[in-house]
Design a protein around this ligand. Structure first.
Ligand SMILES: *Cc1c(COP(=O)(O)O)cnc(C)c1O
Length: 360
């Protein structure tokens, strides 16, 4: 069976060279006589793999020296609780910007730990846009301001960085980290599950400014206390070793593609192919405001919903899978992360044109 074009939102498609290298190294990593999966996390081989992965991630994102990179478990959903546990630092309220399903989940979870001020929301327009910062009602006493930089389900993305003054900006970047250059110094903390754009599930990356460490609530589990994890090189508990190894290979692949500037160009070009077609067609439509459209997750609808099943079946038969939209929004969704080649998007649009001709 040839490899399919996998449009899954996550776990998602990975670069084929990464999978091939992992396969080659599966039984014997670099003459160690072991698989990476079998290595002690404290042995010199894995310490080197860990350091290499962190080094490449730091290089790609140009992470400043005063930020720690943590490799944790528990996913981005875990971070929804772990962030307030660690970042309230004696304060009682935090600001949240509500732009879709994922920010709503973050808000719900944070309410167990603090007073949540929803400083802006696009729920009124069914989460099809990002509220401009001029509409945000920020509280200067908030412990932090939380955003979801790319709403994986709704397909809206920030193409600008909010300015929160002295209040730390926290971003759930699960579905657009490594898709473009970012200025890490504008953020207090960034978190992301690896399984969208960085590797396999089971690894959560946290990038946190050092001065925010050390104020965790007493109830915080040690494994989720950023300071304790930072002091132990993320090895207070056994880290997800194999996922960290794959993250390192993915980072090397991104670097080989030319780094994040090149990745951003590639991603813009891919997304434009699909959006241009959607906008030109009266058979399909994109619900999202053009200025806020995600380059990673592209939801779209068929005018005639009764054709949805036929559309999905036909795509599957051509080796294009996981195009069904999230159950909360319906329709279709094409997730086109870094590892989706332009050929995948071209094949999808060719199929969409063909399907449109046959059914209109
Ligand atoms: C996938 C996703 C999550 C959930 O991540 P888990 O690893 O399942 O906890 C959270 N936020 C965003 C933006 C996501 O895309």
């Amino acid at each position: 069976m040839p490899r399919v074009f996998n449009f899954s939102a996550g776990p998602a498609t990975l670069p084929e060279p990464v999978l091939r290298q992992a396969a080659t190294e599966m039984l014997d990593w670099h003459g160690s006589g072991m698989s990476v999966m079998e290595m002690s996390h404290r042995g010199k081989e894995f310490i080197a793999i860990h350091a290499q992965a962190e080094g490449l991630l730091r290089e790609l994102l140009a992470i400043p020296q005063n930020y720690k990179v943590l490799f944790l478990q528990g996913g981005a959903i875990g971070q929804n609780a772990i962030v307030p546990m660690n970042l309230l630092r004696g304060k009682t309220t935090a600001d949240y910007i509500s732009t879709g399903d994922w920010s709503k989940k973050s808000i719900k979870e944070a309410k167990a730990y603090c007073t949540v001020n929803v400083a802006a929301s696009s729920e009124g327009s069914k989460f099809t846009s990002i509220p401009p910062q001029s509409e945000w009602k920020l509280n200067p006493d908030a412990a932090y301001v939380h955003i979801c930089s790319n709403e994986t389900i709704g397909g809206v993305e920030y193409h600008w960085t909010p300015d929160t003054g002295g209040v730390p900006l926290v971003a759930d970047m699960s579905s657009n980290i490594l898709s473009k250059p970012i200025d890490v110094s504008k953020y207090g903390l960034i978190y992301a599950g690896a399984q969208k754009n960085m590797g396999p599930s089971g690894l959560t990356v946290v990038i946190v400014r050092e001065d925010l460490l050390g104020g965790a609530l007493p109830i915080t589990p040690s494994a989720f206390d950023y300071k304790q994890q930072a002091e132990n090189d993320s090895m207070l508990n056994t880290p997800p070793t194999y996922a960290i190894y794959i993250l390192g290979l993915v980072c090397q692949w991104v670097k080989d593609q030319g780094g994040l500037e090149a990745m951003a160009k590639h991603n813009q070009a891919k997304a434009a192919i699909l959006y241009d077609y959607l906008d030109a067609s009266s058979f399909y439509s994109s619900p999202v405001a053009p200025a806020d459209r995600s380059l990673m997750n592209i939801p779209f609808k068929l005018k005639d919903e009764s054709l949805d099943d036929a559309f999905l079946k036909g795509a599957q038969a051509l080796g294009m899978v996981q195009l069904k939209g999230h159950r909360s929004v319906g329709g279709m969704r094409a997730s086109i992360y870094n590892a989706m080649p332009v050929e995948g998007v071209l094949a999808l649009v060719a199929y969409m044109q063909d399907f449109e001709k046959k059914h209109s």
